[in-house]
Design a protein around this ligand. Structure first.
Ligand code: COS
Length: 386
């Protein structure tokens, strides 16, 4: 149920202040140390940030999508690594359970995810299965009341911190496509589950990804999300539809931050006897960035409202992810350009954002996958399908 406007405004204001006063001053340190200080993680827990999207009957804030994206606009105003830590519990790590889990599964796990007591991760991608997620090879063989999992998952966000994985594995060995895939809830301590060393990445330092390896890991049959085999791929797609909208909102937040910093710099930096903001070629970059960020914000809000109204927004979520992630790439590029030499230097932080935002065009579906989803849905609709 939607919050009343005053409560929502209070929440947005609290998050904005937390970002400005607590997170922004730590951006450089987090990138240098490749770690978020534990006291900041505790503060995030106390603010309820791990449970934004988890229904209130399971201990979360139960935000609607339209409310959640507004929080994401605020969280986007700082290094994406901070958002990434809470991102999986609110998004891909919990939503499979929220959308398709059984009541018992929800009662068991969601309260701990909502408080951040456990961090969750979404284990879909594999060394040989990225965009073609339906071709995944991790196997789950039935053995009495258990399934035995074998395989490797790759680039799994928050894997080094996770207490719970949503793992997509093939239960039908005869299948090669999406139909034979099942989603399992796998606890990190399960014998046979191991996490590799953290990957070294281009950006988003402080957020960690790693391989997750399953070697004869025995998982109770009761941990199949929703209790039925063969539903896993659909669950993954539903989770990603939602996740793509959230990522779009984060892109808007980052873009707005970069535009603010670029404008402040352009007003301050003097060349040829005046602030560079007075030059029309600089103004054009500021105006293009502002226009695109505004368009992106409107797309996110409209799609979120449509989703809250119960519409299938698979196409619109893909449009939003595509536009917002490409948009923030252009905005970050212009931010570097407006900052000139300073934009290239680490101490100003703009180059860090430039590297950080590159990921948005890749994860939760590349731009090319979004294009493919949009066009396929257009063709399906034209033919009178789903
Ligand atoms: N919501 C619900 N169900 C969906 C769906 C959606 N958005 N999209 C697809 N499905 C269902 C289909 O209806 C189909 O079910 P039926 O067989 O019962 O009809 C099933 O899922 C398989 O769908 P499809 O045939 O479209 O699967 P494909 O293998 O062709 O793959 C793409 C589709 C490419 C869109 C998918 O693999 C994809 O999104 N890849 C990118 C993965 C990704 O984002 N990875 C990032 C890693 S997570 S950070």
């Amino acid at each position: 149920m939607a919050l009343d406007q005053e409560t929502l405004n209070q929440l947005l204001d609290t998050v904005a202040r937390f970002v400005r006063d607590r997170l922004v001053p730590l951006e450089h340190q987090v990138a240098e140390d490749d770690a978020i200080p534990p006291h900041i993680v505790d503060e995030m827990r106390n603010l309820g940030l791990f449970g934004l999207s988890i229904p209130d009957e399971y201990g979360g804030l139960g935000l609607t999508m339209a409310e959640e994206v507004q929080v994401a606009f605020e969280l986007g105003q700082t290094s994406p690594a901070f958002r990434s830590l809470i991102g999986t519990n609110n998004g891909i790590g919990s939503q499979g359970l929220v959308i398709d889990g059984t009541e018992a599964q929800k009662r068991h796990y969601l309260p701990k995810l909502a408080t951040g007591e456990i961090i969750s991760a979404f284990a879909l991608t594999e060394p040989e299965a990225g965009s073609d997620a339906g071709s995944l090879r991790t196997s789950a063989r039935r053995d009495g009341d258990h399934y035995v999992l074998n395989g490797t998952k790759r680039f799994i966000t928050n894997a080094p911190h996770a207490g719970l994985f949503t793992v997509f594995a093939r239960t039908d060995p005869a299948s090669r496509d999406a139909k034979g895939v099942t989603a399992f809830l796998v606890e990190a301590g399960t014998p046979g589950v191991s996490v590799g060393p953290a990957d070294r990445k281009m950006g988003q330092k402080g957020s960690h990804t790693a391989d997750v390896v399953f070697q004869d890991a025995r998982v109770p049959a009761a941990n199949i999300i929703g209790g039925r085999e063969g539903q896993g791929f659909r669950t993954a797609m539903k989770v990603l539809d939602r996740g793509r909208l959230h990522i779009g909102a984060v892109c808007v937040g980052v873009a707005e931050r970069l535009i603010r910093d670029s404008l402040a710099y352009a007003l301050d930096r003097q060349q040829f006897g005046q602030p560079i903001a007075e030059f029309q070629l600089v103004q054009a970059m500021l105006a293009d960035s502002r226009t695109e960020a505004y368009a992106a914000r409107c797309m996110v809000l409209e799609t979120a409202r449509q989703r809250d109204a119960g519409r299938d927004v698979g196409t619109e979520a893909a449009c939003t992810k595509l536009f917002c992630s490409e948009m923030v790439g252009r905005v970050a590029d212009r931010a570097v350009q407006i900052h000139g030499g300073a934009g290239y230097m680490a101490e100003y932080g703009v180059e860090r954002f430039y590297r950080d935002v590159r990921l948005f065009r890749i994860y939760e579906g590349t731009s090319q996958i979004q294009q493919l989803v949009i066009a396929r849905n257009m063709i399906r609709d034209a033919k009178g399908g789903r």
